[in-house]
Design a protein around this ligand. Structure first.
Ligand code: CA2
Length: 154
């Protein structure tokens, strides 16, 4: 670990995953590939470890649980990385929670939502997120660690 890293406080990143992402690698591999969410978590942890970042990685199928986790993140985490899955396109509740929590939030997607069906082109959360990483498969999550580490410079 270099001196700059030693002097920096350890950044705490909360990864939140929405509905059906628990099925990754187990169903529809032709759409979402064979990498499981546990594999993605391992890759995220590997990248975070190099920078001394702390990671919490969660998944739920419940919209309200995502809202609660976002609310509770204040004071516990420095950055949120959110793959809201289908709620990306429907949830005003999530948008309001992100807006209220006042923590930089990075929107992440495995697939390129802009290259898919038209109903996926609209993200209700994008305007209240710091930025969006979409279309790089599991690497979207690794790139999100990079973005989280530099969020105060962007
Ligand atoms: O590309 C992404 O990361 C998405 O957030 C994935 C969501 C989709 O609704 C968004 O438009 C884009 C879907 C996650 C469901 O994952 C599955 C995995 C395996 C089998 C079925 C669903």
């Amino acid at each position: 670990m270099n001196l700059k890293r030693k002097l920096q406080a350890m950044i705490r990143i909360l990864f939140l995953n929405g509905p059906n992402l628990n099925l990754l690698g187990k169903r529809e591999p032709e759409v979402y590939g064979r990498t499981t969410l546990a594999d993605i978590e391992a890759k995220v942890r590997e990248r975070a470890k190099k920078s001394g970042a702390e990671v919490d990685f969660r998944q739920t199928n419940l919209e309200g649980e995502l809202v609660s986790w976002i609310q509770q993140a204040k004071g516990q985490f420095d950055v949120i990385v959110l793959n809201a899955a289908a709620y990306t396109h429907t949830s005003i509740a999530l948008r309001d929670a992100i807006s209220a929590v006042e923590l930089p939030t990075i929107e992440v997607h495995l697939s390129n939502i802009h290259a898919r069906e038209e109903f996926r082109h609209k993200s209700l959360i994008a305007p209240v997120c710091r930025g969006q990483i979409t279309g790089f498969g599991f690497n979207s999550y690794v790139l999100a660690v990079e973005a989280a580490l530099n969020v105060n410079e962007s």
